[in-house]
Design a protein around this ligand. Sequence first.
Ligand code: WQD
Length: 341
Amino acid sequence: MPKILVTGGTGYIGSHTVVELINKGYDVVIIDNLFNSTINVLEGIKKITGTKPEFHKFNLSNIIFTNNFFKDNKGIDAIIHFAAFKAVGESVNNPLKYYGNNIMSLNNIMAGMKDYNISNLVFSSSCTVYGQPEEKHLPVTETAPLQKANSPYGNTKQIAEDIIGDVLNAENNLKCIALRYFNPIGAHESAEIGELPIGTPSNLVPFITQTAIGLRDELSIFGKDYNTPDGTAIRDYINVVDLAKAHVIAIERLVNNKNKKSLELFNLGTGKGVSVLEAVKSFEKVSGVNLNYKLVERRPGDIEKVWADTKFANNELGWKAEKTLDETMLSAWKWEQKLRN
Ligand code: WQD
């Protein structure tokens, strides 16, 4: 079976994707610098799959380390590149950390692909590239106009897609599928792996589960005056295992040369917009916990509403998100409880 390099493979989406790749019989190698994850994730992957993937710890923004890796590790058929910093708020306060790491690591990965004849790349992109779509562009399709990114983090995703496009134009043997995620949430049903925010979570669902388990006093819901049915912001929350499965399909499409263009872009969401209050109510229903929350001012940089038009991914990839919001919230809760016990 093909050998897949997964950068950021001990991270949240990376680890869930490694599980699905191993389950499909792929040989997986992980590179991660453990800035945003822990080595214990490998044990979780082994408990689920019976396989502990090969692991290399170094920073991909270092060209020497990265080039040496490719020189010493031949036979890679495809790369899934997750490794990047992803906290929107932090990127506003520390843009150089984001431009340095996210852009340099992509640069070094693509140089390795070029120099060592690795032709297949699946890139972890984000719906942030759309900014706040205009009403007429909701649900948002892959051809919707990109807006100026709301944050350096979002800008690194836009720049990355441009870099990939330019390199593919220059190197005719390379091909890429860029997956634009909406809001990944939840955890593997085994509760052996899940989201592991370091410090205070910036994302909604880990903050909900940490509040419910008593780690946080209360959830602040940012914004109650948006132009939405209940006044809170709307997102497209997608189960992380559904998302991981889409990566395996993308890899299969590339290694079997089924792609129709050298760079293909897919929105990965459920196609359903869910407000913050609706997400909270879903959590309360499945957990039986009355969540302590308050409605406060909007968070700077947030957009009002975005959800995906998933027809292209459904039809072209034969992929569709299957898990419901309730099932996904329950998986997040089971993971939080496992973490704290
Ligand atoms: C969701 C909603 C918040 C926390 C970002 C990135 C995106 C992806 C996911 C990497 C918003 C509200 C949140 C809280 C709240 N990252 N919220 N109280 O900002 O939509 O997307 O993370 O792939 O690329 O842009 O996700 O979970 O932070 O927020 O009310 O304590 O929940 O205002 O409306 P976001 P989020």
